[in-house]
Design a binder for this molecule. Structure first.
Ligand code: ATP
Length: 374
């Protein structure tokens, strides 16, 4: 889609300390985040974490009990949804059943008196991007749910609103189309430069699309950061276990003295590691927690069939070949760890292999507070 000048269509969204209850359910317990001009922010969280409620508050479809919502510095808590200049796509998209796909897409443009030639061009552009050109003359009840979802998306993006709000807009698409639409939607957002808040429970979608990700759980923001920060420096055990496929390996460990040196010892195992700098600092200052959790990503572990200096003997639990890579599950004591290897790696169940690790990839969490150290 050829981008048009975006002057005047950009906006900044600031959500400040929002609380929203439904009866005695606290859906949002003081949520704050911002979306800068032109930024693509993903609200990521499991089912029931409060994502849709947060989006509906921004749209004006729910009124927060407390807190503030600002669009371009203006507090909009009391502003009706129609005045907020927001386009939203929700999971339950409503198309006009008596209108064709073309007319559904054209509707928001006609509503503001856009000329016929421009309507035509913009509908064709959006239809091309969303691969629905062949559906323009159909009515919604002759569409699959994935097709309807794309029409709903098209109807939102055809406008030039200040803000896009999207609630799982790709959820009804099959895996292939979903992957393609992720890239298309991201590119489109960059071309248009429209400030976007996108809700999903799919961490892959969040990682691949967001400039920044705000991770939500139980009505509270757990961490806000770039996909890289969220993936490599999870702030707590929830984020570590929710983001990434496979999820970060997490095993209980403690500090212990070994040959006159303080090391991290993985409980009930033969694996001991040097202290990462933040743990060494905490230990020196006497504030290292007694119970710790070690976190390490599958790509920061390697296995080999032959022993080497510093490698830890492990037992093969099972192999998961994924085509481009194989995930080798190994047992270290009672703990199953996932190790990313080349697809050519083979070993049999119960075989002894030798595991090494990238010390830079080691993260340590306080087992009690569940927060990352450092
Ligand atoms: P999902 O991914 O399943 O849509 P979500 O993260 O969007 O989940 P919300 O729909 O925002 O979560 O719901 C957050 C919490 O608020 C849940 O416990 C939900 O049951 C509750 N809730 C949401 N809307 C209402 C409502 N209208 N009445 C009562 N409870 C509600």
């Amino acid at each position: 889609m050829s981008p048009e000048p975006t002057g005047g269509t950009m906006a900044e969204l600031v959500v400040e300390n929002i609380v929203k209850t439904f009866g005695d359910v606290y859906a949002l317990k003081g949520v704050s985040f911002s979306v800068k001009n032109g930024e693509f922010v993903v609200l990521l969280g499991p089912s029931g974490s409060g994502k849709t409620t947060a989006l509906r508050c921004v749209a004006g479809l729910e009124k927060p009990d407390r807190g503030h919502i600002f669009i371009d510095g203006q507090r909009v808590n009391e502003m009706p949804p129609a005045d907020r200049d927001i386009a939203f796509v929700f999971q339950n998209y409503a198309l006009y059943p008596h209108l064709t796909v073309f007319e559904n897409l054209a509707f928001p443009l006609r509503a503001v008196g856009t000329g016929k030639a421009e309507v035509n061009e913009r509908v064709q552009n959006v239809a091309r991007i969303l691969h629905i050109e062949h559906l323009l003359h159909r009515r919604p009840h002759h569409l699959s749910s994935g097709e309807m979802q794309r029409v709903a998306l098209g109807r939102a993006i055809i406008r030039r609103p200040k803000l896009f709000l999207m609630d799982e807009p790709l959820s009804n698409l099959d895996a292939l189309l979903r992957a393609e639409m992720r890239a298309e939607l991201k590119r489109l957002q960059k071309d248009l430069g429209t400030t976007t808040l996108f809700v999903t429970h799919d961490q892959l979608e969040a990682m691949s699309m967001g400039d920044r990700i705000a991770v939500l759980d139980q009505g509270q923001i757990q961490q806000i950061g770039s996909p890289d920060e969220i993936y490599h420096r999870p702030a707590n055990l929830f984020v570590a276990s929710f983001v990434g496929s496979p999820a970060m390996n997490l095993v209980p460990c403690r500090l212990a003295e070994e040959n006159g040196q303080r090391r991290l010892i993985v409980e009930d195992s033969n694996w001991s590691l040097p202290l990462p700098p933040e743990v060494a600092r905490a230990a020196q200052e006497g504030r290292a927690p007694s119970r710790l959790v070690l976190g390490i990503r599958a790509e920061d572990l390697s296995v080999s069939l032959s022993a080497s200096d510093g490698a830890v003997a492990a037992e093969v639990y099972v192999l998961e070949p994924l085509g481009a890579e194989t995930i080798v599950n190994v047992l270290i004591g009672p703990h199953v760890l996932k190790v990313r290897t080349r697809p050519t790696f083979t070993a049999s169940i119960r075989q002894t292999v030798y595991m090494t690790w990238n010390q830079e990839g080691v993260r340590v969490f306080d087992a009690q507070t569940e927060k990352a150290l450092g």
